[in-house]
Design a protein around this ligand. Structure first.
Ligand code: ZN
Ligand code: ZN
Length: 182
């Protein structure tokens, strides 16, 4: 290492993830300094409460910047560009530890309560089946057989009770999936 080399700090963040800032009611924050959500007052998270890994919003692409255009050896820093993931959807589970995020836990709690309140329409056995099928569908991002199983299970629910379940389900999936499940 030459005498002058050690004061150049070369930090290349290429490929590194940057976080999403989401409140416990799944409102994505425009201001990353928000500690609490201005819409609902819930706590804002940028990392998993269980394992502290970040909630990935996108990745960084860095471009090198040169101090001296006549001597590219004098590389001093990289300029970071934040590249959001295409079609970013708020994740339900942490990709590092697999634990549900607080909004997912809140959804399951509400969902269970709504199922129990419909006990005249939906017996205990069907309630459990719906709960399990929903859990599987959520883990599989409403794809493949998990969606079919959920659709068939919900098909056994009366038209009186179904809209209440659809209402709470619409908080964890897109309207296209809700239309399939209706
Ligand atoms: Zn909020
Ligand atoms: Zn985690």
């Amino acid at each position: 290492m030459s005498e002058n080399e050690d004061h150049y700090e070369i930090i290349d963040n290429t490929g590194q993830s940057y976080p999403a800032y989401i409140c416990e009611n799944t409102h994505e924050q425009n201001d990353v300094n928000n500690k609490y959500c201005p819409t609902c007052g819930e706590k804002v998270l940028s990392c998993c409460p269980s394992c502290s890994s970040i909630i990935k919003r996108g990745h960084i692409e860095s471009e090198p910047m040169f101090l001296n255009p006549y001597d590219p050896e004098e590389l001093t820093c990289f300029e970071d560009h934040k590249m959001p993931f295409d079609n970013f959807e708020i994740p339900n589970y942490c990709s590092e530890c697999g634990k549900p995020y607080p909004w997912t836990e809140k959804f399951f709690k509400d969902y269970k309560t709504i199922l129990e309140l419909q006990s005249e329409e939906i017996d205990k056995e069907l309630q459990d089946k719906i709960f399990k099928a929903t859990e599987e569908a959520l883990k599989n991002k409403f794809k493949g057989p998990s969606l079919t199983i959920l659709r068939l299970t919900l098909g056994r629910v009366s038209s009186t009770a179904k809209p209440f379940l659809m209402d709470v389900l619409s908080g964890v999936t897109v309207s296209k999936i809700i239309d399939i499940l209706k």
